[in-house]
Design a protein around this ligand. Structure first.
Ligand code: PRX
Length: 625
């Protein structure tokens, strides 16, 4: 069958496609014949999805033991590159399996049982995916919290998942301070801490009896741990992400379906073969690091670069020097990084040999044509296809992407076509499916294996967020356009979620953090275009005392957000707003705020529905003050 027909056949019959793919993995017990079912129609009962029912497996076994048993134990699994040049080492598949087993045995020793949550809060070192795999080994549910989150955010997430064990690192004293200060607020019984030689032990706040060192504790454990055979629908992990309202949501992923989709998307989108050298700049604190650093590459037996440094240190050629050093074949990164590197000049790229590169990937935010062309023509020397992968924390794996084969057209900035076995549709505002070229809302019509199954502790919110907006469909929150070739272009979020440097942030979360400050009466946050970050956070703030419209107050508010959420959520601009533009029913008109922020006040449109139209003039006067 030619590739186009093969893709279409998989979309027409996803169940058969996914079952065929699933047979490439090890299952201790095979699934039953009637192995897939789901419901997206709220009128017919609760939303659910089930894949490979009756099947039992373990993802760490498929990531590690399978390759060791096939004679690949000495193949490098992780190629570590620290921030300092020369701080580099290799871990083979056997090394990683041994360490995963030791950590798994340590976790069992703490009484951690199947189904229990373990929080992981670490920088991007090899021990982060190792900790994740160790949880998976014994059926503990990992909840990785990005190292850039503040102690308050960490505490909130630990409380929500009720884990008694936290795995962290002393890599920077701040990291440990953050971890420790958050833990005081909550009931954590044991903290496993990975020591970094650059931080003296005395500098680490320590709670004897609760806190222990990774190297001391883990080394004593046996290097084999029998995997816990998990039901396909048993939980694998929780990952908190932002929505348009309320507190962060704990997205739940399960074992079998996630494993198959993580492995298969890597296999096809990146054309991965065992032994390939792969480099992703993703951090395991986000979904990209989960699927395309920790799990997917290992499921394909590839060798992954784990880069713990700053891409511009010691200069802007760092990633290209890593590509040259390790002869990287597949490179997966975010548009933000490309935009920041391209400003620094082509010479940084060109001084390193990139002839090993075959496939380039982009993820997390729209890639503008300029960045795409630079990535393609300069970095990839015009010979490597770019796979612009569209997906989400909730989808678990690629949903739309060009395929790297020559049969798939490449269009700069276009997420292109559905992945095998995925039924994407374009809806109009009333939820009707649209055929042919046009614009609409991107939705998914039927279940796919790596879809989120629920939100931790809140299935109602899961249904209300993703299925109630258009009953019968998974609502992505993204707008899209379909062109004459049937290719899909992502036009951005249609809800109040913003994407700053590929980090997803809900406007409501930032507003909540601002209004927690005693001096802030009200706040409204929007996203504005930013040349490097894609979007930046722009905050309108109403103070209790308007005589305090000064930089000192601005700094206080920014520091407050840094403490409440983390540095990446700090507003780029704080615009003083003695009052906000609201409708008579009290709804903030964000459309007006966006126009004022972007200097498009001539295009404000109809403001006659505003309760107090003079607010607009006041805001215009205060722009830049
Ligand atoms: O708006 C889309 C954008 O990122 C959102 C998902 O964010 P998150 O759950 O943090 O996952 C990021 C990594 C997959 C989407 O709703 N997005 C992601 N990939 C793309 C994208 N926007 C345009 N093009 C993409 N390739």
């Amino acid at each position: 069958m030619d590739p186009v027909n093969r893709l279409q056949a998989s979309i027409d019959n996803p169940t058969a496609f996914w079952a065929k793919m699933a047979s490439n993995y090890y299952w201790q017990t095979k699934w039953v014949d009637n192995h897939t079912s789901y419901n997206f129609n709220l009128q017919k009962g609760p939303v659910f999805a089930e894949f490979f029912r009756g099947g039992r497996t373990n993802i760490s076994f498929n990531c590690l033991d399978r390759w060791v048993m096939a004679g690949r134990g000495n193949q490098p699994c992780f190629l570590f590159e620290g921030n300092d040049i020369g701080h580099a080492y290799v871990m083979t598949y056997q090394n990683v399996l041994d360490e995963v087993c030791r950590v798994a045995n340590w976790l069992r020793g703490q009484g951690v049982v199947k189904g229990e949550a373990v929080t992981i809060y670490m920088p991007m070192v090899c021990e982060l995916p190792i900790a994740m795999l160790a949880c998976a080994r014994i059926g503990a549910v990992h909840s990785v919290v990005f190292g850039g989150f503040s102690s308050d955010s960490l505490a909130q997430r630990i409380l929500d998942c009720q884990g008694k064990v936290v795995i962290t690192a002393s890599a920077t004293s701040t990291l440990l301070t953050l971890a420790v200060s958050a833990l005081w607020a909550v009931q954590v019984q044991r903290v496993l801490c990975l020591e970094d030689s650059s931080v003296p032990r005395e500098a680490c706040p320590w709670q004897p009896g609760r806190d222990v060192w990774w190297r001391e504790e883990v080394a004593q454990r046996p290097s084999y741990c029998a995997p816990e055979w998990m039901d396909s629908e048993d939980r694998l992990f929780l990952l908190y992400t932002s929505g348009s309202t309320g507190k962060p949501k704990g997205v739940v992923h399960t074992t079998g379906g996630y494993m198959v989709a993580a492995g298969v998307t890597c296999r096809y989108t990146f054309d991965m073969q065992p032994g390939d050298i792969y480099f992703s700049t993703a951090d395991c604190g986000w979904i990209t690091g989960h699927t395309y650093l920790a799990y997917g590459p290992l499921l394909n037996g590839v060798t992954s670069v784990v880069f713990a440094g700053v891409p511009t240190y010691p200069d802007a050629s760092r990633v290209w020097s890593i590509i040259e050093k390790h002869k990287v074949r597949i490179f997966y990164t975010a548009p933000t990084l490309l935009r920041s590197l391209l400003q620094m000049g082509d010479h940084h790229v060109k001084k390193h040999d990139r002839s090993s590169l075959r496939i380039l990937g982009s993820v997390g935010e729209p890639i503008n044509e300029h960045a795409w062309t630079w990535f393609h023509d300069v970095c990839g020397e015009g010979r490597c296809p770019i796979v612009d992968t569209w997906w989400q924390t909730e989808t678990g794996a690629h949903m739309l992407t060009p395929q790297p084969g020559s049969w798939c057209k490449l269009k700069p900035g276009c997420a292109s076509v559905p992945f095998f076995g995925v039924q994407t549709v374009m809806l109009d505002a009333n939820g009707n499916e649209q055929d042919g070229p046009g614009e609409g809302i991107l939705a998914i019509k039927s279940a796919w294996p790596s879809m989120a199954r629920t939100l931790h502790g809140d299935h109602d919110r899961f249904q209300a967020t993703y299925f109630a907006p258009f009953n019968g469909y998974y609502f992505t929150g993204d707008g899209c356009r379909r062109d004459e070739d049937g290719f899909i272009w992502i036009t951005g979020r249609v809800d109040d979620v913003i994407n700053v440097s590929g980090h997803r942030i809900g406007t409501a979360e930032v507003e909540g953090a601002l209004t927690e400050h005693a001096g802030c009466a009200e706040a409204a946050v929007i996203g504005i275009d930013h040349p490097v970050k894609g979007q930046a956070i722009y905050a309108y703030v109403t103070l209790v005392d308007s005589t305090r419209h000064d930089d000192k107050m601005r700094k206080e508010l920014m520091d407050h957000v840094r403490r409440a959420i983390g540095p990446f959520a700090v507003p780029e601009v704080v615009h003083w707003a003695p009052a906000l533009p609201k409708t008579r029913s009290g709804k903030i008109m964000r459309r007006v705020l966006r126009k004022i922020a972007s200097g498009e006040e001539k295009e404000l449109g109809d403001i006659s529905t505003l309760a107090e139209p003079s607010v607009v003039d006041t805001l215009l006067k205060l722009r830049g003050v």
